[in-house]
Design a protein around this ligand. Structure first.
Ligand SMILES: [Cu+2]
Length: 155
């Protein structure tokens, strides 16, 4: 009987964050930003402002029409002081992993990221910026980081 109760308890435990919870988190965020990415390989924002301790919800929308394999976009937020070029090059061969570097020191620079989005897809990420600083962000789809980048200025 005790064993059965334990099993029931295990089943009742949450198995992960649901979409509804994600949406609730995003709605509660201190800073809510939508960034678009298009077929011209451009984000529509290159600077976002926030204060230390705030939570930020970023929705990335791919407003292009080209197929994901040709013009997919993500947004990856990095810790202050991260080397954008090193990071992007580190992930360039990792198609299955959303073009994110797997090497430990580079992977440790990630604050938050979306997956690679195809045309008309969108994803919201919610994260907290604990300390002041310039948090760079970029698209790691091969060849995009030179122009698809920006900075979150946290004061
Ligand atoms: Cu891109």
């Amino acid at each position: 009987m005790k064993k059965l109760l334990l099993m029931l308890a295990a089943v009742a435990l949450p198995t992960g964050v649901t979409l509804a919870e994600e949406k609730a988190d995003a709605a509660k965020a201190d800073v809510k930003i939508t960034i678009t990415g298009n077929d011209q390989m451009k984000y529509d924002k290159s600077e976002i402002e926030a204060k230390a301790g705030q939570t930020i919800a970023i929705t990335l929308k791919n407003i292009g029409a080209l197929p994901k394999e040709a013009m997919g976009h993500n947004v990856v937020i990095l810790k202050p002081g991260s080397d954008l070029i090193k990071f992007a090059l580190g992930g360039i061969a990792n198609k299955a992993g959303g073009y994110l570097p797997t090497e430990a020191t580079l992977a440790a620079q990630i604050v938050a990221h979306t997956k690679i989005l195809g045309p008309k897809e969108e994803e919201t990420i919610v994260f907290k910026v604990d300390a002041a600083g310039d948090y760079p962000y970029l698209c790691t789809f091969p060849g995009h980081f030179g122009v698809m980048k920006g900075v979150i200025k946290v004061k």
